[in-house]
Structure formats: structure tokens, C-alpha cells
Write a protein that binds this ligand. Structure first.
Ligand SMILES: *Cc1c(COP(=O)(O)O)cnc(C)c1O
Length: 411
């Protein structure tokens, strides 16, 4: 089949895999178990032949979504989970062991940071570093370093990791590199291009895109040689080594831990994914217009957005993400304006957590999603008490500018 563009490939992915009755969507399969007329066939599927047994390990509907995610990320195979956090916890707990070392960006999603606390209690050593600087990552590598983890554009400070530098470093040292691509999505960035081993996406965000389903995914890019990774159990060393990592995550992480994506959510996410590129285009244009407007506003002290020329990693972001900078920006108002008061004046923008929705959302980050981590970690992540996180949606551009303008005028 000829290689088609991003959107064409997603729209026609189900049909290319022989969807039932000529339907244009893979149907929602609610069945918990799958029956076999021949007991030998049932045994064969249990022993590794492609097929379905019990839905905790996937259904035809989640499988169809997994295939689309692999297309989007140019990966070898993908595995979906009930949430992004289910994907991350399955990944870390099944590939790392007590005594292993993980180097991670200090600029990360709050719940991932909290998960790292749990991993440390289980005996996994973690060093947090400034991932905008590859030298800081290199300096943290030890003989027992098994993995490096980073996001692309960090939430909420919008720091852009040195993805190229980190990719080269990990490849030269044969260290497994995990990239959380949630904020950029495969539409703006394929982490495979910088040598990532596994790409994680929260499907709840851009890919689903409509705030009506939770999900998460892991994609193996095929670049990492799992035969060199000492934590793969012998029972999963079957077939080409490129598949071993995800096989172990599927068995130990999905089957045993049970954070399974439902067929219903998989369907909603797959429908959402059909318009990912269209939404992303509008989101990036809205965020560009809004941040340029706010950066000039006398009541605004600071706007952090990788698309603004004064952003410390603007040039890097431009090169990595094709001159588009996604939905996320951080806003700080001038001294004397209370961030809560400002937020309460917004009329279109919704005061809610979540990012990557079709609707524009805002919240006071230090007092909400980053409250539990405390002031010391917040300072390390560059989160000021007054910082407002904004996730830009697809509303009409002028309506968004007008909403911010009227709220600022009232402060
Ligand atoms: C939301 C998010 C997650 C977690 O995803 P859920 O689907 O909400 O569990 C992980 N990483 C980043 C960067 C996120 O924004």
C-alpha cells in the first residue's frame, strides 16, 4: 500500500485491516471472552499466536486503535491502557527492578512525579535533571542506569528538552529512552526521529481530543535492542528481540495489573484521532495569536510559550516541531493582580484541569495540580505561586483574545 499522509492513513486504517461487514469504523466489541471451536486453537493463542482470549489483554477494538497509534508514531507496535498513568506505571514497574537507576527530566507532569515517589519506595533509584541540557543528563548516567525519561514540552513551564542530544546520548550508551509525547502528540513530533525506544501518549489529551474518554499508550519504535536489556524474563524472549519489551509490558503490566482500555473508550479515541491534525493546526494558530497578544499586555508579567521568540528553547522547538508549538502556555500577571480573581472573570475559558481538549482550559497550577508536591519541588520545576496554566482549544481566535482582554480589564 502506498504511503499516505497522516490524516489519510488514520481515516483508512480500519478498512485496510478488513473491518467487519465493510463498516468504516472498527466496531465496539464488548465481549469479555473469545470462543474457539477447536481447543487446540485456543491453546495456540494462549501460547503466543495472534488472537484474543480475555479482554483484559485487549479486544479487536483496542487492537485497531493500537495499529493506528503505531501508524501515527511510525512504530513497530503499540499497546493501549485505561489511562496515561496506567501506561506509565505498567512501563516502569515491569521494565525496572529494585537497584536500577532511572534518569528523568525534572520538568514533568505532576502525577508522573508522584509515581516516581512510589518507584523510589520500591527501590528504584531516580535522579531528576534539567533535561533542556544534555550535559546534565550525561552527568547523571551511572553504570546501573537502565532508562532515561523525558517529556517533549514540559507541563506547565513549557521547557523543551534537548531531545536530539538526549537521543544521541542514549543511543551511544545503549540506554532505553522513553519519551512522553503527550503535549506535542505524533502530529507535531515523532520521538522515533530522535532515537526514542518507547513513546508514551496520554490518549486522554490531543489524540482523543474531546474530553470524553481516558486512555494511554506505549509504542515501541523498534530502535532498541531488547536482547541487551537484562530485565527481560526468559519466557518473553520469543521472536525478534524488537518485540520483547512490549511483550513483557503486555503480560506483566496489562494482563497482571489490569489497567485495560475499554472498547468503548478505544472507539471514542479512534474517532477523535481522525481530526487530530485538523485540531492541532487550529490549536497552534490560536495559541500563537493569544500568546502574542498577552505578551504585549501591560498587566501581563510573563508568558512562557515555545512559539515566542524570547522563549529560551524557541529555536530548538522550531526545529523539532516544525514551527508549531502546541496548546500549552504559562501566564504570570503583574504584581498586585490576584490570579484567582483574574481566572474568575474569564467567561469562555473553562476553569478545569486537563489539557489538549477542543475547549480552552485554565487553572492556577501551584494551587491545584502541583499543590501536593510542595514548594521545594515546585521551585525546581519553575512553577511560581501565581502561575496560570492555559491549554488552548479550537474556539474562534478573536473570542479567546476578547475573553482574556475583558478579564484583564476587570482586574
Ligand atoms: C495527562 C498526562 C499524563 C497522564 O495521562 P492520563 O491519561 O491523564 O492518565 C501523562 N503525561 C502528560 C504529559 C500528561 O499531560
Amino acid at each position: 500500500m502506498a504511503k499516505h499522509g497522516f490524516t489519510t492513513s488514520i481515516l483508512h486504517a480500519d478498512r485496510r485491516n478488513d473491518v467487519e461487514h465493510g463498516a468504516v469504523h472498527k466496531p465496539i466489541h464488548p465481549s469479555t471472552q473469545y470462543a474457539y471451536a477447536d481447543s487446540r486453537e485456543l491453546a495456540a493463542v494462549f501460547q503466543g499466536k495472534a488472537g484474543f482470549t480475555y479482554s483484559r489483554q485487549g479486544t479487536p477494538t483496542t487492537d485497531a486503535l493500537d495499529k493506528k497509534i503505531s501508524i501515527m508514531e511510525s512504530g513497530v507496535s503499540s499497546l493501549s491502557f485505561a489511562t496515561g498513568m496506567a501506561a506509565l506505571s505498567a512501563l516502569f514497574t515491569t521494565l525496572l527492578r529494585s537497584g536500577d537507576h532511572l534518569v528523568a527530566s525534572q520538568y514533568i507532569f505532576g502525577n508522573t512525579s508522584s509515581l516516581f515517589g512510589t518507584l523510589q519506595l520500591l527501590g528504584i533509584e531516580i535522579t531528576l535533571v534539567d533535561a533542556t541540557n544534555v550535559d546534565a543528563v550525561a552527568a547523571a548516567i551511572r553504570p546501573n542506569t537502565k532508562m532515561v525519561f523525558t517529556e517533549t514540552i514540559a507541563n506547565p513551564g513549557t521547557q523543551v528538552a534537548d531531545l536530539k542530544g538526549i537521543g544521541e546520548l542514549c543511543q551511544s550508551k545503549n540506554i532505553c529512552l522513553i519519551v512522553d509525547n503527550t503535549v506535542t502528540s505524533p502530529c507535531l513530533f515523532q520521538a522515533k526521529t530522535v532515537g526514542a525506544s518507547i513513546v508514551m501518549n496520554s490518549l486522554s489529551k490531543h489524540i482523543g481530543g474531546h474530553a470524553n474518554a481516558l486512555g494511554g499508550s506505549l509504542t515501541d519504535t523498534g530502535l532498541f535492542d531488547w536482547s541487551t536489556f537484562s530485565n527481560i524474563l526468559d519466557v518473553y524472549k520469543k521472536g525478534p528481540a524488537t518485540g520483547w519489551g512490549l511483550t513483557q509490558i503486555k503480560k506483566k503490566g496489562l494482563r497482571d495489573m489490569g489497567g485495560t482500555l475499554s472498547s468503548d473508550a478505544a472507539h471514542r479515541i479512534a474517532v477523535g484521532a481522525e481530526t487530530l491534525a485538523l485540531r492541532m493546526d487550529k490549536i497552534c494558530r490560536n495559541a500563537d495569536a493569544l500568546t502574542r497578544y498577552l505578551a504585549e499586555h501591560p498587566r501581563v508579567a510573563k508568558v512562557s510559550y515555545p512559539g515566542l521568540p524570547n522563549h529560551p528553547q524557541h529555536e530548538r522547538a522550531k526545529e523539532l516541531f516544525g514551527n508549531r508549538y502546541s496548546m500549552l502556555f504559562a501566564l504570570e500577571l503583574v504584581e498586585g493582580i490576584d490570579c484567582f480573581e483574574f481566572l474568575n472573570h474569564l467567561q469562555i475559558v473553562i476553569l478545569a484541569t486537563h489539557v489538549g481538549d477542543t475547549r480552552t482550559l485554565a487553572l492556577p497550577a501551584a494551587h491545584t495540580i502541583y499543590y501536593e508536591m510542595g514548594p521545594a519541588l515546585r521551585a525546581q520545576m519553575g512553577i511560581a505561586d501565581s502561575l496560570i496554566r492555559v491549554s488552548v482549544g479550537i474556539e474562534d481566535e478573536q473570542d479567546l483574545i476578547d475573553d482574556f482582554a475583558q478579564a484583564l480589564a476587570k482586574c
